[in-house]
Write a protein that binds this ligand. Sequence first.
Ligand code: MG
Length: 295
Amino acid sequence: MKLLNCQNDNEKFIGLLFEDRTLNLTKGIQLFSSIYEKEINIPTLIEELLCIENLALYLEKVLIFIKHHNLINTLSIDSYKILPPITRPSKIIALGRNYLEHAKETGYNAPKEPIFFSKSVSSMIGHNEKIIYPTWLTRVDPEVELGVIIGKKAKDVSEETAMDYVLGYTIINDVTARDMQTEDLKISNPWFRSKSFDTFCPIGPYLVLKEQVKDPHNLNIELRVNGIIRQKDNTKNLIFKIPYIISYITRHMTLEPGDIIATGTPSGIAPIKPGDIIEAEIEGIGVLKNIVVES
Ligand code: MG
């Protein structure tokens, strides 16, 4: 089940990908709840679904209802704007050097413990939105990453139970002001500013529920610039796997529902320039496309 946050004029609604078209799930839930439930706040964003227990099962029921009542009225994917799959997470945590070949290409060995940092929430943009390249930056790189979306509050969770806290997966492009990051590293300054420019976190287009992903640690992952492959790997090569990452992060801080973890990028990093078209693809998750423009 692929969910997406959509905006049509001033109206926001949750979409569900249905045979290459989009079904208005917000309308479906409205009709379903008017018959089966009393007083429910009708969700217009995916994050408003997070309070529903057994969400995958609930959405299956809504979908059966929609099909049964012949309420399938789908939209062409080009007829609305796609917003990030979670529009306002409490935080975005990203992993550094979590593929060996990428650690090596940046001059490092595999880390002994996960290296994690934050990207600003305000850096997020959706599929098809523009990455704005500030002209005073000397080098900007895209980084394709598997994104994990947290479904329920997690603190001090074990590796064994960590996957219970995952809602689903998405694609993240961890755009980085590389020269700035390199200079900051030299003087032991944090990575935050080089990772957090406005528009430097394209994300989406879909949130794929975890029930639909057989093995998140066996997905082909690829980044193309103007159709040419730059990064190509498989998530089986993640140094720290998702359960360990969640367990490790929650030793330090609480993960809230809707929080996003970018699990790290494979090797093949290289600069982009205004005019470039960036496509980040993960097997079974989708293709996240953005164009680069000058500020
Ligand atoms: Mg990264």
